[in-house]
Design a binder for this molecule. Structure first.
Ligand SMILES: Cc1cc2nc3c(=O)[nH]c(=O)nc-3n(C[C@H](O)[C@H](O)[C@H](O)COP(=O)(O)OP(=O)(O)OC[C@H]3O[C@@H](n4cnc5c(N)ncnc54)[C@H](O)[C@@H]3O)c2cc1C
Length: 278
């Protein structure tokens, strides 16, 4: 059975008695391999409530079925620059035209490029089912490699971002084995807000591809608070700040290389945030 609901109500009703959600299919179909498609597929890409980006009540609401190309094209404040940069690096244009934000988050790959830029925005996810709607911080929603807190009857209907730091510069840096169409060896998103007197008022740094789920570097964030926003800021990032990470050796890189490269990426991201401000 292949269902194409056009409203969230129809979609959650259809999912209430089982089925698999499909959006752009760019993770869904490759993951099937040679197995047959599931018996019941609910394609949510035509659900109106899941499309588009709106601002209201001090937050930006990104519909779950918003594609990466739509994120790139949207007029969004500076704090979204990291998310836009990540969107431009997801696969290639064809993938960005099909792949969605919710698909990236629900697939929960450790290498999902959308996650670090949304973690530094303190994003929440909205999950809708036939029994209601709940919200969770993104950091709580992602619980492991390919594991989330989504119940089988829930649709990720939106990503919600508070607009408190809307003008703060943000940066996303991705390291892969080649420039384009590549799975990340490591990626870093950083956001720095200043206090109006040239010092750090808020720092948020998240690293992906170096642990089962992307992680914020909270100790580094604390150590940057109150520091002057100048070219020396990045040198405050030290190897010990990477202790929340647990990189592995795999076909793309060794754990040691990931640690080394991540420290360089973090420092470059901080430099880029300082430069973006001046
Ligand atoms: C060639 C290629 C290159 C790629 N490059 C990158 C890359 O560089 N970086 C990167 O991060 N990813 C990459 N990807 C992975 C993929 O494109 C992204 O993760 C994309 O955002 C997935 O979105 P989708 O809409 O296609 O998800 P789908 O494939 O439709 O779904 C993925 C999973 O999420 C579930 N799902 C989807 N939408 C919802 C929803 N609204 N509610 C609940 N569950 C839902 C599905 O059931 C499925 O389990 C690549 C994929 C390919 C094929």
């Amino acid at each position: 059975m292949f269902l194409r609901p056009t409203t969230l109500h129809e979609a959650t009703q259809a999912l209430a008695d089982g089925g698999q959600v499909l959006a752009g299919g760019t993770d869904f179909f490759p993951a099937l391999g040679t197995r047959p498609a599931p018996d019941k597929i609910i394609d949510v890409s035509r659900v109106g409530e899941l499309r588009g980006i709106q601002t209201s009540h001090g937050q930006i609401r990104i519909g779950g079925a918003t594609t990466w190309s739509e994120i790139v094209a949207a007029p969004l404040p500076g704090c979204f620059d990291a998310l836009k940069a990540a969107a431009r690096e997801i696969g290639a244009i064809q993938i960005q035209n099909r792949g969605t934000v919710a698909g990236n988050l629900c697939n929960a790959s450790p290498a999902a490029d959308g996650v670090p830029p949304l973690l530094i925005l303190d994003a929440e996810v909205e999950l809708a089912s036939s029994s209601g709607v709940r919200r969770l911080p993104l950091g709580d929603f992602l619980v492991g490699n390919r594991k989330t807190q989504r119940r089988p009857d829930e649709i990720l209907s939106a990503v919600l971002v508070p607009l408190a730091l809307s003008d703060a510069p943000s940066v996303f840096l991705k390291l892969g084995a080649r420039r384009y169409l590549v799975i990340s060896i490591a990626m870093v998103a950083a956001l720095i807000a200043d206090d109006g007197q040239g010092r750090v008022a808020t720092a948020r740094i998240a690293v992906g591809s170096c642990s089962a789920t992307a992680r914020r570097l909270l100790e580094l964030e604390r150590d940057l608070l109150g520091q002057p926003l100048d070219s020396k800021l990045s040198s405050l990032a030290q190897a010990e700040h990477l202790s929340p990470l647990s990189p592995i050796d795999d076909v793309r890189a060794t754990a040691a290389y990931r640690r080394d490269a991540t420290l360089t990426l973090v420092r470059r991201a901080l430099d880029a945030c300082v430069e973006a401000r001046s």
